[in-house]
Design a binder for this molecule. Sequence first.
Ligand code: GAL
Length: 805
Amino acid sequence: MLLWLAHPIYGQAIREHILLDNGWKFSLGHATDPTKDLFYRVYNDFSKTLSKGINFSSIDYDDSAWQTVDLPHDWAVTLPFSEKGDWSHGYKALGSTFPEHSIGWYRKTFDLSKSEAGKRIELQFDGIFRDSRCWVNGIYVGHHLSGYTGIKYDITDLVHFGKPNVITVRVDATQNEGWFYEGAGIYRHVWLNSYNSVHSSPEEVFIYTKSIGKQAEMHAEATVHNRETSSQTFQVEWSILNREKKVIATHKSANTTFAPNEKVTVKSNLNIPNAQLWDTEHPYLYTLTTKIISNGKTTDLIHTRFGVRTFSYQPDGFYLNGKKMKIKGVCVHQDHAGVGTALLDELQYYRIGLLKAMGANAYRTAHHPHSPAVLQACDSLGLLVMDETRLLNSGREYRQQFEDLIKRDRNHASVFMWCIGNEEEKIQSTETGERIARTLVSLQQHLDPSRVSTYGANVGNENEGVSAAIPVRGFNYNLYGLTDYEKTHPNQPIIGTEVASTVGTRGVYLPEIVLDKAGGYSGHFVADTLRAYLLDQDKSYPSWASQAQQWYSTTANDPRFMGGFVWTGFDYRGEPTPFAWPNISSHFGVMDVCGFPKNVYYYYKAHWSESPILHIAPHWNLNLPQGTVVKVWVYSNTEEVELFLNGKTLGKQKTPAFGHLYWEVPYEKGTLKAVGTKNGKRITSEITTTEKPFAIVLSPHKTQLKAGKQDAVVVNVSVVDKKGREVPNADALIQFQLTGDARIIGVGNGDPSSHEKDTFAEGERVERKLFNGKCQVIIRSGEKGGKVQLRAISNGLKEAVVRMN
Ligand code: GAL
């Protein structure tokens, strides 16, 4: 994919932004044995600019035996599981106990045409996990510690025009930044940027809404740099374009002259008459073009998507465009089934689409900056974002990380609040915590006066430390302290930065053993301890957490509380609370790691969306002796529900405000049917005991793929009986064969105890078991395109084929 931002009049490329994802070379190194680590650390590579001793970074180093990979790439997902691995990271054989798996080397050659000479050339990494060092043509260009913020290197002086160049990156994933699966490698995009010497950058253009009346008053600014060797004069010309690309506002700044190496920030106001507002229902986006004109020539042109909207954070709640809005949010970690943290943009859109369909209106980037594609998807699909920096720390490294995050994301329509940290138990209630918070909040207000910050504090009614300094008090759990806190803080807005942490395993119903301790955790658990699964109902939660219906009814009945972010939208690898090995993945998700809904999904959907919901659980393939009492839950937003088993009524009930309907039903094979009424309308839903599995069904989320290796299709896999009814407890092993110019990049099934392979080498047999009736295959498009066919086969089942273009 080649993305360039061409001059609208002359057609010449003013600024280029070229994707550099394809065709990298990759090899594991070694964290403790330099002889297995390209002899890095044996030679003193920092004694000379171009060291004679080091050749791993030179163009003629022979990397032909290295593996060829396309980015995004996460090597952790390809590693085996090991009991010696780290609980919080999902027991992958990575980290200090596995030095042989924890260093990754990447190399990439690229050409620059002679016509690029004279331009500034920049290398942009959107995310590398983590601790990366980079060389270009043998010369060291820098070190980037964070696994979550991006880094740009100006490589103008080092590149060759008209002959090959080489980038070398050493990645050290030995240490963690979080307590959850974090992946390893260059797991986001890499770009090659080129621009002129009098220029700005996407991060230094900033637009926000000051007020909305007959016309929307916008603040626009751009920081312009002079990298010429003489003084230059420039003007900034702004235009705002609507969706139809029609220019609806313009402004040109006065001439400014600046010396070499100087930078100047130019600010202005622009007005948009009758602006279309951005909100979660109508995510209308405008484009700001920032043109820099120097000596009569356009020297830079930057396009920025933005939304016109106002945020107001009041003691009685949050207002979007003057309208009060409850935050119905989810916290999300960034890994997905099959691919680990290496998500193509299409997969980010897929996941955000699932959250939208559930009725969520907000996303918390727990606990670090997420991929730029997440923010783009939230802008376009209409989800608010609480954007979080990795640590509550005002030291140089972390202040810089927070600044990089704000500058990267502040133009996004979706970002409504910054989060300066999470559960720093040792300092959050101290004076140090308070001082750090004040520094970070003040930095945020300087870089982005249009928003405020919060912090995820796992304390109740407390006023010390961060809580005293934070504009919006964030509650992680501890809602027992809410009422008292509200009384003592009548002027502070309050939000649920983290709520619920209900645990459940998709499709698991039996056996039901109630425990107040599991895996060393106290709490309330309805668990199958033998297989380390939890009942797929809103019943289990560790001591600090709650049922979904507990936190949400508290929230819904409290007009002051802004709403909250459920821990979590999707299951993620690591933190298999309350269990441990062989459990490797969390149970917190409203959906599993593939995005398949658990039962609690329908609770949220019933209260968060407009769609009529009538959802019965468990499924009715229970294999129980006739007459065994089954606890049947129904989630609904209808007014009342009547339940029938094989045509006989089991009684009618009024739907409780924020709870669930409940029947004890003596088991009998057949059909369980619910009939609900909403505004006088009848709604029905039913579940039936199926016959045995008969055929495989493949459900791709789309069938058209874009060539160029950047597109993906998610294919969901299930099994039906002879009558075409999905078999909810099917567990067949399915094999997948793909033909055409595309590749299977991962498979998954949402089983938090599965040690099956997620990824496969070229030529290897691709297979995955169904877990409670479902699994998933993720396909990446090829370079050229054409017809692609996926075939799924399994012993004794009718095969399925899906064709894509
Ligand atoms: C919170 C924490 C999250 C996650 C969660 C599990 O305390 O902020 O990252 O660990 O608990 O319930």
